[in-house]
Design a protein around this ligand. Sequence first.
Ligand code: AMP
Length: 318
Amino acid sequence: MKELYKEIYKKIKEYDKIVIARHIGADPDALGSTMGLKELILNTFPEKKVSVIGVYSSVFKYMGRMDKLNENEIKDSLLIVCDTPNVERIDGVTNPRDYAYVIKIDHHPAIEKFEDLKWVDTSASSVCQMLIELTYETRLKMNKEAAEKLFMGLVSDTNRFLYDYTSPKTFMLVSKLIQDTKIDITSLYNNLYSRPLIDVRFMGYVAQTMTVTEGGLGYLIIPDEIVQRFGGDAALAGNVIGSFNNINEVLVWVIFTEDRKNELIKVNARSRGPEIHTVLEKYGGGGHPMASGARLKNKDDVEKIINDLEELCKNYRK
Ligand code: AMP
C-alpha cells in the first residue's frame, strides 16, 4: 500500500498541469475531495496549474467554484478522477484517454477500468478520508482550506459518523486533521446542515406519504406537480433522503422523482440492511451498497425496482 501512495505522489509531482474530476450530480464527498485535493497540491507545489472541473453546484456553494479548462492543455495534463467508478459518470470528461495519464481514487465498488493507476478502497468511508490518509502518508502538505473541504465531504458521506464504514481509521484521521489544522467544525456543520424550509416541509410530505411494505421497503413516487408545488427540482429528494435512516419499520427506502423536463425518473435509494447497489445497476444506475441511485427512461422500471428491493428486504429478514 505504501508503494501506491508513493506512486500517486510521484505522478502529482511529475505533472505541471493537473485536472481533477468527479461524478455527475455532485455531492459533498465528490466536491470536497476534488476541491480539497486541489488545495493540497497547490499548497505543496504552488507553481502547478490545477483545475477542478464539473458543473458548479449552487446547493453546495460553500465548496467553491469550478475552473475553466483550456482544451489545448488536456493532452499534457494528469487527470485525477475522484469518487467515480465509470467513465459515463465522470462530469466534464468524455474520454480519459485524451489525457497524458489517469489516476482513479475511489471508494465505490469497481465498475470499469479507465485509468493508468488506481487506488480503490471500498472500506473507506469517503474519498475525502482517502485523501487525508494520502496526505499523511506522503509529502503532500495539509492546510486549513483543504482540511475544511475534506472534513465536510467525510462528515457528509458518513452521515456524521453514523454509517458502518466509519472505522477507527476514520476517527484517527479526523482527530489528527482537527488537531493539526484547528478547523472550526461548528461553522462547517452549519454549512452542511442548515437547510431551506422547503426541504423540511418536503421531508414532512415524504414521511406522510411513504408506503411501507411487509418486507420493510419504504417507497414513494413523486410526480412533477408535487416537485413544482414545493418549488424545487428533481434534486429535492436527494437533499432529504438521508433523513429517513432510523425508522423501525424501514430497512430500505427509495424515492422516485419524475423529472418531466428531462423525461426521466430520478431514483434515490438508501439501505440500512441489504446491499442495494446491484439492484440499481440492473436498471442502469449504481452507487454504494447502502446508497445508490439511477435515472430511468422507462416508467415500467419503477415497479420492477420496487419488486426487486422488496424481495431483497424479505430475503435479508429471513
Ligand atoms: P444520490 O441518491 O443521488 O445521493 O446517490 C447515491 C449514490 O448513488 C452516489 O454514490 C452516486 O454516485 C450513486 N448514483 C446516483 N445516481 C446514479 C446513477 N444514475 N448511476 C450510477 N450511480 C448513481
